[in-house]
Design a protein around this ligand. Structure first.
Ligand code: HEM
Length: 373
């Protein structure tokens, strides 16, 4: 468009005064540009004043240019979208930056605040569980699974028993995906986990984008996530397969300070702590300080606190205090919330990055501002 109007400008500058006068009279639409041209010609193009009125060559040239402009304008008004697209192509592909991801973070945080009608008042715990279940399928031997791919979108993985109930977290994030279509599901689901932890007053979780969405053939087989009815041997086997050590296993389990078990999902029932939407080291404190007994019910075997009978522990939670290798870390985190936050954050960063072929270096991770910073 710019070059069309430039040639029109040049044409009019050389056009005869009578032509200019006539066209000014004939169309109010072109009056403004013509005034501007006249103003310019007074300054720099004195030679045109010597042209005889009605020079036919010049008139032809001017009329041609006018027609070109009119055609260009018509094309533009009919194809505004095409011009917009062409302009975008000239600018190159959109490469989201830190501020763009912070925007997505802010939108998730705002939606968490808004949708306080769920469970204990927050989707935070189930968002964290979604991010963990995407990542926890990783197998270090084969390099398969992990948070790259968002393969839980597909039926085989989405309907694995361990993933029951996570549709609610995926549904929660769908409007965010619509708002920011450039982000991949796999980056979004992990960002949801990061946001959930920070917004529930947990530590900062540095983040790198770079996950791509993959097709159904990348779904992992059932059975890669832990089975809560098992013991420490199983916990070590599952987390060992992902590449974690004892300290990291205990630190990551501190996530059970958040959320609850649902009978219609896992079959288990109840929360682990009295503040299931705030991340603290209470999970470790309660494990050590409360008396726990088998819950008397017809559901799967779980523990309940003797005093209030409102809290629960899974057999795998109880394995952390029963096992000699795990217990010192439970004691450490029960006594030191800062140490827990540090090791939890380190563990979660590693968990959320399993199986992702990043192009961004580790020291270039981003830390998002929380809504209350
Ligand atoms: C031995 C390891 C683990 C086992 C056996 C286990 C098992 C479970 C089970 C059975 C539930 C209840 C699900 C429901 O009924 O809705 C649950 C919930 C949850 N898990 Fe784990 N989990 C483990 C490790 C982790 C880790 C490593 C994290 C995160 C880092 C995590 C985060 C959560 C959260 C936040 C919830 C609450 C979800 C909600 O409120 O909807 N879990 N887990």
């Amino acid at each position: 468009m710019a070059s069309v109007s430039r040639s029109f400008t040049r044409a009019l500058r050389t056009a005869a005064p009578s032509f200019r006068a006539a066209s000014t009279r004939s169309s109010a639409r072109f009056a403004v540009p013509q005034q501007a041209f006249r103003h310019q010609s007074r300054r720099g193009y004195s030679s045109e004043r010597n042209l005889p009125d009605g020079n036919p060559d010049v008139m032809l040239y001017g009329a041609g240019a006018l027609l070109t402009l009119a055609a260009g304008y018509g094309l533009y008004t009919m194809n505004k979208e095409w011009f917009g697209e062409a302009a975008k192509k000239l600018q190159g592909p959109f490469v989201p930056k830190f501020e763009d991801y912070q925007q997505v973070y802010n939108s998730i945080a705002a939606r968490l605040e808004e949708r306080d009608d769920y469970d204990d008042g927050s989707f935070g715990p189930v968002l964290l569980r979604l991010a963990w279940h995407c990542s926890g399928t990783y197998d270090k031997e084969t390099g398969t699974g992990g948070s790259n791919g968002a393969t839980m979108r597909f039926t085989p993985e989405g309907s694995h028993g361990a993933n029951a109930g996570l549709q609610s977290a995926r549904d929660f994030l769908d409007p965010i995906k619509e708002q920011y279509p450039w982000i991949t599901y796999s980056d979004l689901w992990i960002l949801g986990g990061v946001c959930a932890i920070q917004e529930m007053q947990g530590p900062k979780i540095p983040y790198r984008p770079g996950r791509s969405d993959r097709d159904v053939s990348f779904c992992t087989p059932d059975g890669r996530l832990p089975d809560a009815s098992k013991d420490q041997k199983h916990v070590r086997a599952i987390f060992g397969r992902m590449g974690f050590d004892d300290k990291e296993m205990v630190a990551l389990s501190g996530a059970h300070a958040l959320g609850r078990c649902h009978e219609d999902r896992s079959g288990y029932s109840g929360p682990w702590t009295f503040s299931p939407t705030t991340l603290t080291n209470d999970y470790y404190k309660l494990l050590l300080e409360e008396k726990w007994a088998w819950k008397k019910w017809t559901g799967p075997k779980q523990f309940e606190d003797v005093k209030t009978k409102t809290l629960m522990m899974l057999p795998t939670d109880m394995a952390l205090v029963q096992d000699k290798g795990f217990r010192p870390y439970v004691e450490k985190y029960a006594n030191d919330n800062e140490a827990f936050f540090k090791d939890f954050s380190d563990g979660v960063v590693r968990l959320f990055e399993l199986g992702v072929p990043f192009t961004v270096a580790e020291d270039a991770r981003w830390t998002f501002k929380s809504s209350f910073d």
